[in-house]
Design a protein around this ligand. Sequence first.
Ligand code: ADP
Ligand code: MG
Length: 229
Amino acid sequence: MSDAMLEMTGIVRRFEQGGAVLEVLRGADLTVRAGELVALVGPSGAGKSTLLQIAGLLERPTAGVVRVAGADVSDADDATRTAIRRRSIGFVYQFHHLLPEFTAQENIVLPQMIAGVAKRVARQRADDLLRMVGLDARGSHRPARLSGGEQQRVAIARALANAPSLLVADEPTGNLDPHTAEAVFAMLSAIVRQARVGALVATHNMELARRMDRILEMRDGLLVEHAPV
Ligand code: ADP
Ligand code: MG
């Protein structure tokens, strides 16, 4: 599939815990295509975050194949994986993790500079992204001066700073009130579709999950696709 931004096949992840082995993922498969939002649901402890860490190349699976934007990264060394992660993957978490001493704009400039983008270009891109998330008037504010919803919008803009192929989001609206969660989700989904990013979004919010393109449920270490409505 040429427009697959993420393909995971037969993903197994085991943890050793005091002599016992916990098999959290038992052969999970999934594909996320360009411009597609895929919801990842399931109870706490089911393995959603573990799967996202593997999808985002932050962890390696015990077994299985991961392809990001067509490239098989399973046997790649750490330096190669880090380079692919910085270039091709954006992350959003439940808590924004913005750097408190930097402005909103600077928080979006930084990951670009790490990727080697010139400062002037990075600032222009940050301003474009701030406009895209409706925060063009907030670029000079530090995170503490922003509301929770605004902080998450900046975090989304930062995740998109290097024009990733894949967006990995772990409960991105989990810390927001329902009204703000709705607004942030609407913005996220519009950007994902417009920018043709593939997005894998873990959420407890079934109302939001039902508005994504597909729902995958983590069940006994496997992914089960919900029938389309
Ligand atoms: P979810 O995000 O669906 O709530 P997680 O992926 O965080 O689930 O966790 C799945 C299971 O894996 C839990 O039982 C958790 O305790 C276990 N787990 C996650 N990370 C580790 C780790 N680094 N070492 C040992 N166990 C872990
Ligand atoms: Mg989790």
